[in-house]
Design a binder for this molecule. Structure first.
Ligand code: CDP
Length: 131
């Protein structure tokens, strides 16, 4: 059986990376992640990411490049990550999150990222555009 894909976005704006704090489920609440979610049937990853960022943050965004790699979540789910440029809107925690933070290069490691997001966050930090 092929794994189901979860897409997440390394959203950049003015040289900072967006971190989102999960509000659910209880075992993940309080941990920080790159926002995203599961592909729906028939969706391409980039489409799913645009939809998830619209639903969760109320923004329009454009996937730019895939961060190489794929990280296992729970059995049957894998995480893929894209760098994303914000096109319009100010992100708000509309769904799944209770706080958002913009992190500059020196602040990336100041939040408690989900373990499975850490490799992608490290790659995202290396790609952080100049402000
Ligand atoms: O919103 P949707 O139900 O599609 O997805 P989700 O609940 O946000 O994420 C699906 C699964 O992927 C959950 O188990 C999350 O913990 C996990 N996930 C993750 O590990 N890292 C992310 N950056 C995003 C989601």
């Amino acid at each position: 059986m092929t794994d189901r894909v979860v897409v997440a976005g390394a959203v950049y704006d003015r040289g900072r990376l967006l971190a989102a704090r999960r509000s659910a489920p209880p075992e993940l609440a309080g941990r920080w992640e790159l926002p995203g979610g599961k592909l729906e049937p028939g969706e391409r990853p980039e489409q799913a990411l645009v939809r998830e960022l619209r639903e969760e943050l109320g923004v329009e965004a454009r996937p730019v490049e895939r961060i190489p790699g794929e990280w296992p979540l729970m059995p049957g789910l894998v995480l893929q990550v894209w760098t994303v440029r914000l096109l319009s809107g100010e992100p708000r925690p509309l769904e799944d999150h209770d706080e958002l933070r913009w992190l500059g290069p020196e602040e990336i490691h100041t939040v408690d990222w989900l373990d499975q997001d850490r490799p992608a966050v490290a790659e995202a930090a290396r790609r952080l555009p100049a402000p």
